[in-house]
Ligand binder design. Sequence first.
Ligand SMILES: *[C@@H]1O[C@H](CO)[C@@H](O)[C@H](O)[C@H]1NC(C)=O
Ligand SMILES: *[C@@H]1O[C@H](CO)[C@@H](O)[C@H](O)[C@H]1NC(C)=O
Ligand SMILES: *[C@@H]1O[C@H](CO)[C@@H](O)[C@H](O)[C@H]1NC(C)=O
Ligand SMILES: *[C@@H]1O[C@H](CO)[C@@H](O)[C@H](O)[C@H]1NC(C)=O
Length: 582
Amino acid sequence: MFWLSGGITFLFLCHGAALPPPCDSEIYCTGELLRQVQMAKLFDDNKAFVDMKLTAAPDIVLDAFSNLTQRFPNGTVPPSALQVFVNTYFANSGKEFEPWSPPDWHDKPKLLSKISDPKLRTWAEELHGLWKSLGRKISNDVRDNPQMYSMIYCPYPGIVPGGRFTEFYYWDSYWVLNGLILSEMMETARGMIQNFLHMVDRYGFVPNGGRIYYERRSQPPFLPLMVESYYEATKDVEFLRKALPMLENEYSFWMENRSIVVEVNSVKHVMNRYYVQVGQPRPESYTHDAELAEGLPAEAQEKLWTELKAGAESGWDFSSRWYINNLGQNNGSFGDTRTSSILPVDLNALICRNERVLATFHRILGDEERARVYDSAVSSRLKAIESVLWDAEKGAWFDYNLLSRTRNSAFYPTNLSPLWARCYSQPEMGQQALQYLRGSGALDYPNGVPTSLSQSGQQWDMPNAWPPLQHMLIEGLSQLDSSDAKDLASDLAQQWIRTNWLAYVKYDAMFEKYDVSGDGKPGGGGEYEVQLGFGWTNGAALQLLDQYGNKLTSGGSVLGSGLLIGLIYPIVNVISYYVPFW
Ligand SMILES: *[C@@H]1O[C@H](CO)[C@@H](O)[C@H](O)[C@H]1NC(C)=O
Ligand SMILES: *[C@@H]1O[C@H](CO)[C@@H](O)[C@H](O)[C@H]1NC(C)=O
Ligand SMILES: *[C@@H]1O[C@H](CO)[C@@H](O)[C@H](O)[C@H]1NC(C)=O
Ligand SMILES: *[C@@H]1O[C@H](CO)[C@@H](O)[C@H](O)[C@H]1NC(C)=O
């Protein structure tokens, strides 16, 4: 059906034809076996079940399950019998890997010598050492018998995030890769990129992660920037030549399958959004999605599940940023997640940066004509971002709500992402965005810039601070042509490194996210426990240590001044008591 709203035509999905499941596997992605096992909550984390390996061919497992259901009059297998069935036909995960340690790892990469503070230098050395424990090589058995696994075979070994995330994740890998380059592990970095190029060849885009239940959604498209980082470090033109056709295929996917035309002030712009036309609960969070949709009419359930998958595709799973209530306002609760009705600033800024990188790559390879195609994509994108997302009064960019046709005025660090992408045409916009940030209230926290100012209980909201968002904000500010902005970037780097370091000292671990309100406290909330490891945290920290290593200190400005105040205050008080004119 068509729904007319202030001049834009929205095409809503027609529910006559059911949407495809997350993948075709009747064990891992759809069907009664998955439903019954997950709804019985045999595992604390739904992901544990869909990561298990089969012990018999899928047909046999399905046949055995069908036989089992026939033993119960209403077809529902009680949990104890389900558990016996799972123990028989599934084996614990872990068998999909072979032992592997990155062969290009060596101690004392040059990065370390740039770090002045001895404690931070020792810590950086340990972070560099963590790559060895996060390396994974997928076993040949996954390649030869893929039907027995949910794991997607990748030809090259690589680094995974850690914790429950034992497979590759798309956008995480950008920070991992930049860390690997600083660790001088070019072969591992190159292999990870080759895996992603292989994914584009196979699927037409890069899936969210390395499991078949992720194969019908993507994540923020960082592959062109990974190739850029690798090219800048190696100047390997031949690698660029081989990679470029796949980068263009991926770009076409985003432009054909993840775009929408939006008309503002009578001008039409093509912009990007997260949009996943895939039905059913996410297999790895099955009960969560099923329970959230409980009581809704079938059509609304299916719609909610597409929006949750689009939320997962955004990398921000989940956040009040994606809530739109029945009145079209950016407000509501988890069940109001409507990711696909939002044009996100960061996605459009990222694709703008990708377009510029694709133009540069074509120029390096001597194809001026193709370079111009991407130049013109950049200029259209600049116009779109400025007319749809830029708010001249507030001095920043804001997500656009397609239902209310208004910008969402809430703070997210991504409101400054065009700085990072250098995707704006007027230099004064940079200074305005700096003023906006200072007035936003987001700089009031001692342990990082919060993901939002809304305490929703979701993990991509207050009080969590995430490494990629800190890093993009710091990089964006550091690129501004103003000492104020550069100083702020440096202060934020100091604050973030101190947060990471304090938690490391306390827990002997790196976390996927941190809490802005406690010194060295891991983040929380969301669908699962906070994870250790952790790929992008380590990568972002190594980049900040590389860039600011000569000034960063483990004492840190905030802690330092706190200690100083703690010492001076009583002295001042004592003096002022005895010396009336102090
Ligand atoms: C399912 O039941 C049929 C009929 O009893 C039997 O032939 C078949 O072997 C059973 N399948 C499995 C996998 O146990
Ligand atoms: C099926 O039967 C079992 C026991 O006979 C009962 O506990 C369960 O609630 C029933 N399930 C449904 C969906 O009717
Ligand atoms: C993209 O959309 C087109 C239809 O517009 C469809 O044929 C194609 O399969 C989609 N590509 C992917 C990778 O989903
Ligand atoms: C969002 O909704 C809550 C509860 O209805 C309300 O208190 C709050 O003011 C709303 N916020 C905005 C920004 O509209």
